[in-house]
Each structure stands twice: as structure tokens, then as C-alpha cells.
Design a protein around this ligand. Structure first.
Ligand code: AMP
Ligand code: GLY
Length: 447
């Protein structure tokens, strides 16, 4: 017989117990009783739902809006991820214990602030802290002020002044629209014509809306993503991971939201990781406190290992997509515990699977440009690996394509090479006439 502890002070440690638990000797066996709401409906949210479904604490998962794959592990509710008031009403009505936010748009809409005002537990940064992603000017100024290594830059709202600066700096040069542009607001201009065209789109034609442009130095070196769970000044690193932004093999073609990812990264040493942890991730967490907008949630460092050291390309205020789909399968710790600990400011111990994870996106032909939806997909159930749904739907009982990025196949193996071979074999089992994928994910690590 155990003792039931239910949201009272823990008799041994004196800490408040968050969940009902049954104490059996020294072992605490969690009772599955948490109801969790995951906001979003892509591959990242599918990976979060999948990790939550492995939790010893979680008994019920809702996803809003979810997708056809998520629907197999959670109850999907048709609420838009940015409809904060409807999400709040739903969370109250269903006595949701924890809400986890996937997409940046929901964070920028202030979902965390609203839930907190109403006393609900939610995982993610406030609107003010989300500016580290939603405003490139805010992020760049923060880095400059607090000595966090990043590319040299200037911010412009005037077309002519921006063009003059570009001419002064020379080529190649990077032009970034300041705002959420879903990865499409960045141009690396190799010629003056390209620079002129891009600045015209961004500042004169308001292609992404009316905003400013950050013009910055072009850095070189391998890029990688370093995501950390952050709770004010506490920073808990996840394993590093690399995304592939270009649409086609050989890193050719247009920039996308990401076409595949893998972890671990052999070219990132322990020293690199320590440097990035201390001088970038912890420094940024502290800078956010100093600026009056402490960060809680996942801080995503988009970093580059340049010949002059590791520098920040961008920050995101959330889990990366598709990085999350290869990182969370390697997480052995109970993710519900991790989320609650971050919210309540407790320490977190993260345990990782030593195996390599390789994940490949299957995208609609035409993506990231125009594409059609509604093509039937077969063979998903025969894949030996994890299939995360990024943009799918069910039509007349059949699984169909319903987005630019459609599916993500993750395979784990002892080495990256084995994982990629297996991933490519497994992908061949998925039949759909309108999908394409890269075959060279991990080329910088697999020679
Ligand atoms: P961002 O939206 O800031 O992540 O930029 C998208 C992509 O553009 C990055 O993943 C990089 O590949 C590239 N990029 C952005 N900033 C720079 C820079 N300063 N130097 C070189 N490449 C960059
Ligand atoms: N994979 C890049 C991102 O999530 O922004």
C-alpha cells in the first residue's frame, strides 16, 4: 500500500508535489492523471504529442487543431492555433492541466500571457519574450548590447539608406525582413540586382507587410540548431541537431521550412557545445531577464560554426520544425515532468538515447512554391520507423496530402549512416504520386 500525495507538500523533500503520485518505499510511481492540450497541427506538434503519450503522467491529450496523424494519439479539436480566447475557453471547460504551444504565431498572439492571467499552466514564452523570434531587430539589438556573438548588422526602414549601406558593405550580403515570414523573408544577395530587388520587395512593395529590414554580414560555416529548455536563468540543453533548409539534394533550390534533420552532429565538439551553452544560450537567458522579459520555454539557437567561432544566425522562441521530430525521439526523460519543471522553475535532468536519429521530409511537388493538395497516400503503416504527420488529412477514409510539408519519417540506428540508409528504404514504402524528398540528409556528417 502506498501513500497518496495529491497536490500537497511532499513529506520527504518539502517541495510541493505537482501531480498525484503513489509512494512505494522510495520509488514514486506516477498516477496517470494529467490532461494536456497541445496547440498546433504540424510535425513538431505530432512529435510533442508522441513524446507526451510516452509520459507516465499523462492520461489525456488534446490537440488544436492537430492533423490526421496526431488524431491517432490525441483527440483533435477544430480550434485555430491563434484563436487564443477559444483555446482558453476550451482549456477551462476540459480542466486542462498543462497547455504546450508549438507554433510561433500563437506565442506572438500572446497565448501564454492570457493563460497565465487566468491562472492556467502553459509551456512557452510570453509575448514580450517571443520578440526574440518575432522581431529580428529586438534579437539583434539584444545580442549587440549583451555581447552575444552574431553577424554585424544595421536596421533600415528606408530603401535608399539600405541600398547605400549594401553598396558600402559589398557582396554577398544578407537581407532579412523584420517579422514572422515563415523562413521566406531572408535573401542572401550575390549581386547588386538581387539586393535591389529584395529590398524593393521588402521596403517599397511591402511583400511581407510593412516593416523594417536587417542588413547583415554574410557568415560561412556549418549551421546547426541548439535548443534548450529555459526557465528564467536555468538553461537545460537538448542534443544538437542540423536542419536542411534547401529544397533539393546538394543544398540546391529555394529555402524551405526544413527538408530533413539529424542528430547527433559529429562536427560539433564538446567544447563547441560548452561555448554555445555558456556564451550564447545562458548569456541570452540572462540578457532576457536584464531586459525585463525573462524567457520560459524552448529557446532555439540557430547557430553557425564560422572560422571565427560559433555565432548566432537567429533565435526562435519555440521547438524547431523539423528538428523536434529527431530530438524528442532521443529524449528518454518524461517530457510532462520537463514541461512542468520549466513552468515552475525546478531543475531538470535530461536523459538521451545514444543512438543516432535521422529524419526526412516528404513534401508536395512544387513546395515551397505553389502545390496541390488532396493526393492519396498509401503505405504509411508498413514503415518501420516513426512517421510524423506534417500536413495530412483524411478524406473518405483515405489519408491525403494537405500541406507543403506532408510527412516526416524518423529512423534511429547505431550510426547516422545506417539510419539514413534505413530511412531511405522505409520512405520507399510510402506511395504517393505528388511527393518528393531529399536523399542526402546528413551529408556534412556522412562521408
Ligand atoms: P533565418 O530565417 O534568419 O534563419 O535565415 C534563413 C537562412 O539564411 C539561415 O538558415 C542561413 O542559411 C541563411 N542566413 C541567415 N543569416 C545569415 C548570415 N548572416 N550569413 C549567412 N547565411 C545566413
Ligand atoms: N527548422 C527551422 C525552424 O524551426 O525555424
Amino acid at each position: 500500500m502506498g501513500i497518496i500525495v495529491n497536490k500537497t507538500r511532499h513529506e520527504v523533500t518539502g517541495e510541493m508535489a505537482d501531480f498525484s503520485a503513489v509512494l512505494k518505499g522510495t520509488e514514486i510511481e506516477a498516477v496517470k492523471e494529467m490532461t494536456v492540450l497541445v496547440v498546433g497541427g504540424g510535425g513538431r506538434e505530432h512529435a510533442i504529442v508522441d513524446a507526451l503519450s510516452r509520459s507516465k503522467r499523462v492520461s489525456k491529450i488534446y490537440a488544436a487543431p492537430g492533423n490526421a496523424g496526431i488524431a491517432e494519439q490525441a483527440e483533435c479539436v477544430a480550434i485555430k492555433d491563434t484563436d487564443v480566447e477559444a483555446l482558453l475557453a476550451f482549456a477551462k471547460e476540459r480542466s486542462v492541466d498543462l497547455t504546450v504551444v508549438g507554433p510561433e504565431a500563437a506565442l506572438a498572439a500572446g497565448i501564454v500571457d492570457r493563460f497565465q492571467e487566468e491562472g492556467l499552466k502553459i509551456f512557452g514564452p510570453t509575448r514580450a519574450a517571443t520578440r526574440i523570434e518575432s522581431s529580428k531587430e529586438f534579437a539583434k539589438n539584444l545580442m549587440k548590447k549583451h555581447g552575444i556573438p552574431t553577424a554585424a548588422y544595421e536596421v533600415f526602414s528606408d530603401y535608399q539608406a539600405a541600398m547605400d549601406y549594401v553598396k558600402e558593405q559589398g557582396l554577398p550580403i544578407v537581407l532579412k525582413y523584420d517579422g514572422l515570414a515563415a523562413g521566406k523573408g531572408v535573401v542572401i544577395a550575390e549581386t547588386m540586382d538581387e539586393a535591389e530587388g529584395a529590398l524593393r520587395d521588402m521596403l517599397l512593395n511591402d511583400k511581407f507587410g510593412h516593416g523594417k529590414v536587417v542588413v547583415e554580414e554574410c557568415l560561412t560555416g556549418p549551421e546547426f540548431s541548439f535548443m534548450c529548455f529555459v526557465s528564467n536563468d536555468k538553461v537545460f540543453p537538448m542534443v544538437t541537431v542540423q536542419d536542411h533548409k534547401r529544397a533539393y539534394d546538394g543544398d540546391k533550390g529555394p529555402n524551405t521550412g526544413g527538408m530533413g534533420a539529424y542528430s547527433p552532429l559529429p562536427f560539433i565538439t564538446k567544447e563547441d557545445e560548452e561555448y554555445a551553452y555558456n556564451h550564447i544560450m545562458c548569456a541570452t537567458a540572462n540578457a532576457m531577464i536584464a531586459e525585463g522579459c525573462p524567457f520560459k520555454g524552448v529557446l532555439y539557437g540557430g547557430l553557425m560554426k564560422t572560422p571565427k567561432g560559433i555565432k548566432v544566425i537567429e533565435f526562435n522562441a519555440r521547438f524547431g520544425d523539423p528538428e523536434t521530430e529527431v530530438v524528442l525521439p532521443r529524449l528518454k526523460s518524461d517530457i510532462a515532468d520537463v514541461f512542468m519543471s520549466v513552468i515552475e522553475g525546478r531543475n531538470v535532468t535530461l536523459e538521451w538515447d545514444k543512438r543516432a536519429a535521422m529524419g526526412i521530409v516528404l513534401a508536395s511537388k512544387g513546395y515551397p512554391g505553389d502545390y496541390q493538395k488532396g493526393f492519396e497516400i498509401e503505405g504509411v503503416d508498413s514503415v518501420d520507423g516513426t512517421v510524423y504527420h506534417m500536413g495530412t488529412a483524411r478524406k473518405d477514409g483515405h489519408l491525403v496530402t494537405n500541406g507543403g510539408r506532408v510527412l516526416f519519417v524518423t529512423v534511429m540506428a547505431d550510426t547516422l549512416k545506417e539510419a539514413r540508409e534505413k530511412a531511405n528504404e522505409e520512405i520507399a514504402k510510402i506511395k504517393c504520386e505528388n511527393l518528393f524528398h531529399r536523399t542526402d540528409i546528413g551529408w556534412q556528417a556522412i562521408r
